[in-house]
Design a protein around this ligand. Structure first.
Ligand SMILES: Nc1ncnc2c1ncn2[C@@H]1O[C@H](COP(=O)(O)OP(=O)(O)OP(=O)(O)O)[C@@H](O)[C@H]1O
Length: 225
């Protein structure tokens, strides 16, 4: 999957949150790091059309996110930082099945697919539970599962481990490391980025460093802490 940003600026009111960003993302594992409020989530949201540019274009395999939002969202899944933004239906399994219903997956295969994905995260027991009554970490795991069950070509993760205990954080880290799809991961958890192909450092709406984790992480620690 190739995601290209061509001179992208994002403004909210009179605030410029991303400023003239150009990128060509083809790598299997891309990390995005930077200080609070630097524009990381906004950059992540651009990649599947949740945010569209005020100027410039974002293309996913050649499709403009502004013009082809539905097609882009099928290709690029997005895991929200706050799982409450992700989970819409009152029962976990129903919520996960909801997205699959419009994707051409045969109806009778849906429950097994949902169960398999929950089992991968060790939470198959949550399938029939009310989603509003899950703990924060359980919600985060269900939110991850509900995006991954759709099998998008690329998954954008916005701080996927913030609510997780050490064991589940390691589980998700291993899962992301092993998954066959392209992943773009926004995180403050610098260890997640070990072995990534590329790490972007964002500061004040610009890409201030772009390299391998071995150079990007120390650069970030030195310049942004
Ligand atoms: N919808 C919006 N309307 C107005 N301002 C916004 C909106 N979304 C983001 N911002 C502002 O844009 C800036 C960048 O936000 P963004 O969420 O991209 O930062 P971030 O790098 O992900 O931060 P953090 O590490 O704290 O999650 C912030 O100052 C934020 O307040």
């Amino acid at each position: 999957m190739r995601i290209t940003l061509d001179d992208v600026t994002v403004r909210f009111g009179d605030r410029t949150v991303l400023d003239g960003v150009s990128l060509d993302l083809t790598e299997h594992r891309v990390g995005v790091i930077g200080p609070n409020g630097s524009g990381k989530s906004t950059l992540a949201r651009l990649l599947n059309g949740l945010v569209t540019p005020s100027r410039g274009t974002v293309r996913v395999d050649g499709l403009s996110t502004a013009e082809h939002a539905r097609a882009v969202r099928r290709r690029v899944g997005f895991v929200f930082q706050n799982p409450d933004n992700q989970i819409v239906l009152p029962v976990v399994a129903e919520d996960m099945a909801f997205g699959l219903r419009n994707t051409g997956v045969p109806r009778k295969e849906i429950p097994a697919r949902v169960e398999r994905q929950l089992a991968r995260f060790g939470v198959a027991g949550l399938a029939e539970r009310p989603s509003h009554a899950l703990s924060g970490g359980e919600k985060q795991l269900v939110a991850l599962a509900s995006v991954l069950v759709m099998e998008p070509d690329t998954v954008v993760f916005d701080e996927p481990t913030t609510l997780l205990d050490l064991r589940n954080r390691n589980l998700i880290r291993s899962y992301i490391d092993a998954m066959p799809q392209q992943a773009v991961v926004v995180t403050h958890d610098l260890e997640l980025l070990c072995g990534y192909d590329r790490v972007l450092v964002v500061d004040e709406g610009r890409i201030v460093h772009d390299g391998k984790p071995l150079t990007a992480v120390p650069w970030y620690v030195e310049h942004c802490s």
